[in-house]
Design a protein around this ligand. Structure first.
Ligand code: BES
Ligand code: MN
Ligand code: ZN
Length: 512
């Protein structure tokens, strides 16, 4: 999808479809209350074209509700699409309102796709308390995210892309600022889709080696420094935990390292992004049941989120050094696979230390093994702050559903910056607890730590496992197992890979 920004007058635009947003301004409650949909535009001709239907009460401007008018009177556009935002909660800070605008842009794109309409012009919403630049960025993100569909291997793809998307912002005073915000939104949305494309790939097409190649191609395109290593390097770095997972597969592992080092930044923080890149998780010898196992191709969504975030970082060029490590492997049962009861030695967390010994209780708790070594390696490469993303536990889905992803942190200041990033990204993460008691649950009788902590608090014991490797380095852990794959299509996003995490990680990086 091509995206552009224009400042033309709405009524003059000749197009297949012009979309405008509407909010429900009704404040009264009770049986007397009637929905009061209001178009968020200053253009009198557009308002007049929609006046009759808005007055009819048939369209309530509910969240992502749509209404289509053909041959709207007084406009040059062939169709007028109205997309509802629900009640515009600008009073409680504009973050929520901006996010509803983001979703409405996605809804508009997804309205067009099955109808074969290839061109969308969307009017920037104008309302009190709604910041134009924030909206322009959100609209670009929402439109691009809405355009993605997962049916890449269908011979006849059902929903073809919208080819041309234009945001129109008549009457803009600061065009430069709006252009910049719109361009940023577009590249963030593209980066989220880049991650989704990777997550969507089946395990036979996207092996660890292929993931490494895709990461390298992307890095070359956007100008990131990159290295992709395999088995030998894992041994050299004494990554016994990462190798323990990899050893059960014919497919070699990939240790993917990307670096963003702006020339003029020589000191300050180094942000270390670490992603779980299990390209397929059978569970290993502790094999998973057949039901839904095919979904385990998305077990590299954390790694993909980090690659997507790095792509955006490379293009946005914030003044901070960032490195990303994706630990890619396939978790398979095999003659060489690790077994429950095995003891593995992780990479040392510091040069003067010995690697922690890990008792393997369940080979299906493999994500924390690869991440343990990934976190240590990020520290060795100089990361002062760590963030990891992983489809780590089914337990996080039990706790938070498919609505919120889980976030854990050993440092309130670092987490505060992440929370601020969530306001900008519109993504939903809920902070979950770490604690000594959870760490207790994963003490091993034979070694330092075991890789599962029993039935209760599974997401928290998994997080404590990672904490043992992040130690005192400020660190955030994102468990996206419940949210990285969407089971039902929503008005603004297709079912399939969600790309969760990309936008928040990017905004978190930009806050340094
Ligand atoms: N990749 C899974 C977690 C997962 C579950 C991701 C559902 C997406 C959807 C992870 O490797 C895993 O198998 N975790 C186990 C841990 C258990 C053995 C302690 C789990 O959650 O059951
Ligand atoms: Mn597993
Ligand atoms: Zn897994």
């Amino acid at each position: 999808m091509r995206s552009d920004l224009s400042f033309a007058g709405l009524r003059e635009i000749e197009t297949e479809l012009l979309a405008v947003l509407a909010a429900d301004t009704q404040t009264a409650k009770g049986p007397e209350a009637k929905p009061a949909p209001v178009l968020l535009t200053d253009d009198e001709a557009v308002k007049a074209a929609a006046a009759a239907v808005l007055g009819s009460g048939e369209f309530k401007a509910g969240t992502n509700e749509t209404l289509l008018l053909h041959a709207p009177a007084g406009l040059k556009a062939k169709r007028l699409l109205v997309v509802g935002l629900g009640k515009l909660a600008t009073a409680s800070g504009q973050a929520k309102a901006v996010h509803s605008v983001r979703n409405a842009a996605g809804t508009a794109v997804r309205f067009l796709k099955p109808r074969g309409i290839k061109e969308l012009i969307l009017a920037l919403p104008v309302a009190e308390g709604l910041e134009a630049a924030a909206c322009a960025k959100a609209v670009a993100e929402g439109a691009l995210v809405g355009d993605f569909d997962a049916d890449t291997y269908r011979s006849e793809r059902k929903d073809q892309s919208v080819q041309r998307f234009t945001l129109v912002a008549p009457g803009t005073a600061d065009r430069k600022a709006l252009e910049a915000a719109f361009a940023q939104g577009a590249l963030v949305g593209e980066s989220q889709n880049f991650a989704r494309g990777l997550v969507n790939e089946p395990g036979n097409k996207l092996t660890p080696t292929v993931l490494g190649r895709r990461a390298a191609e992307m890095a070359r395109e956007v100008g990131l420094a990159w290295e992709v290593h395999s088995t030998e390097k894992l041994h050299e770095l004494k990554m016994g935990a990462f190798w323990a997972v990899s050893q059960g597969s014919e497919e070699p592992p990939a240790l993917i390292v990307l670096k963003y080092e702006p020339e003029d930044v020589k000191d300050g923080p180094v942000l270390g992004l670490v992603g779980k890149g299990i390209t397929f998780d059978t569970g290993g010898i502790s094999i998973k049941p057949a039901d839904n196992m095919e979904k385990m191709k998305y077990d590299m969504a954390g790694g993909a989120a980090m690659l997507g975030a790095m792509r955006a970082v490379a293009l946005l060029k914030p003044k901070v050094r960032v490195l990303a490590i994706v630990c890619a492997a396939e978790n398979m049962p095999d003659g060489k696979a690790q077994k429950p009861g095995d003891v593995q030695t992780a990479m040392p967390t510091a040069p003067d230390k010995r690697g922690k010994t890990i008792e393997i209780i369940n080979t299906d708790a493999e994500g924390r093994l690869v991440l343990a070594d990934g976190l240590s390696y990020a520290r060795q490469l100089g990361a002062t702050h760590l963030i990891d993303a992983a489809t780590l536990t089914g337990a996080i889905g039990v706790a938070l559903g498919q609505v919120n992803a889980g976030a854990f942190a050993n440092d309130d200041e670092t987490f505060a910056k992440f929370e601020a990033a969530l306001k900008v990204s519109g993504e939903k993460f809920w902070r979950m607890p770490l604690g000594e008691e959870y760490a207790e649950q994963i003490k091993s009788d034979i070694g330092d730590i075991k890789n599962t902590g029993g039935r209760y608090g599974g997401a928290c014991t998994a997080a404590e496992f990672l904490h043992a490797f992040a130690e005192d380095v400020p660190w955030i852990h994102l468990d996206i197992a419940g949210t990285a794959w969407i089971d039902e299509t929503r008005p603004y996003i297709a079912k399939g890979p969600s790309g969760i995490g990309v936008r928040s990680i990017v905004e978190w990086v930009r806050s340094y």
